[in-house]
Design a protein around this ligand. Sequence first.
Ligand SMILES: Cc1ncc(COP(=O)(O)O)c(C=O)c1O
Length: 384
Amino acid sequence: MIFPEKRHLQLPGPTAVPPRVLRAMERPMISHRSPEFAQLVADITADLQWVFCTTHPVYIINGSGTAGLEAAAANTISSGERVLVVVGGSFGRRFAAIYQAFGANVETIEVPPGKAVDPQQVVEALTRHPDTRVVAVTHHETSTGVLHPIEEIAKVVHRHSDALYVVDAISSLGAVPLQTDAWGIDVVVTGSQKALMTPPGLSMIAMNERAQKRMEGSTAPRFYFDLRTYDRSLRNNEQPYTPSISLFFALNEALHMLHEQGLEAIYQRHVQLRDAFRATVRAVGLGLLAEDAIASPTVTAVTPGNRDLDIQQVRKQLANLGVESMDGQDELKGKILRLGHMGYTDALDLLTVAAALEMALIHLGVKGIAGVGVAAAEEVLLHV
Ligand SMILES: Cc1ncc(COP(=O)(O)O)c(C=O)c1O
């Protein structure tokens, strides 16, 4: 690499942080008990409600996405209660493990890697277990690049049970439509380091009245992640403990950027980037783990397809060219390459990735593909 600092960070997370957002963190430290910080919390909360499409409180906690999932679990159940978790990969599995750690009686719906859950499977599980207290689903299963049908599942959860509907939207919120209130999602969790273009370290949890009522009565052990304390503080635009103030500055700036673009334009850009990258992958003769209809606009999982090559070698070649992607996880380790195209990624970044993918394959001995991946991506990017 000629300029090592010139990274093309195309990971499933953390994602590239825009210079504006990085600069926002240079601000001198302020007191988290000052009117200035209260104003910052008020501004960020209003912007987060806009991104979450909710009028309900959005709690911000110090910690990565998993901290948010733990807070969601600890505040929605009591020990022994039944929880249904859709497990379509590593992150669904983690969500199930977290509920288990808090003493839930966890049932899972196991979905093969690269497939989406059928809402009918949720109906069947709820019919078998009418005492289910929580249904937990990962919106975008980042380990496979699959988007689960969150809106359709909301309908069946509310039609067939009184369970709370809890959604992990860590790698989708701010890039993929998610109507928290309109779809009837009781709890939504996200993290700072994906589509919100902010460094890792903050997690955000939206909770409606139904979920807040459950939170009040839950007997699960919790202290730092007791969202009742965050709720009381938020009423005064405060945080209960010392917040990651620099990350609040960053998040505030990133949310301004989202506002400037508008949610619809952001959603469209992500779809366009996904379609362009998928066209590139097909054009260079590699394979795609997820079918088009369920493919996430934020991350694409690439397989060797019919090519007789080690996909990790492709990843290595990409890294040599300065494009950072990620390996698969768990059962998909070594078998796929995951490339993120969310947040601070635009059409020219995607064309860089397309060119790098061609060059990576050419370095590995593949012939006759120079220019074809870029042309395929351009075709998509030009026709919108
Ligand atoms: C869907 C999903 N859930 C949970 C997590 C875990 O988040 P973190 O690594 O920020 O704790 C991630 C992170 O990649 C994710 O993509």
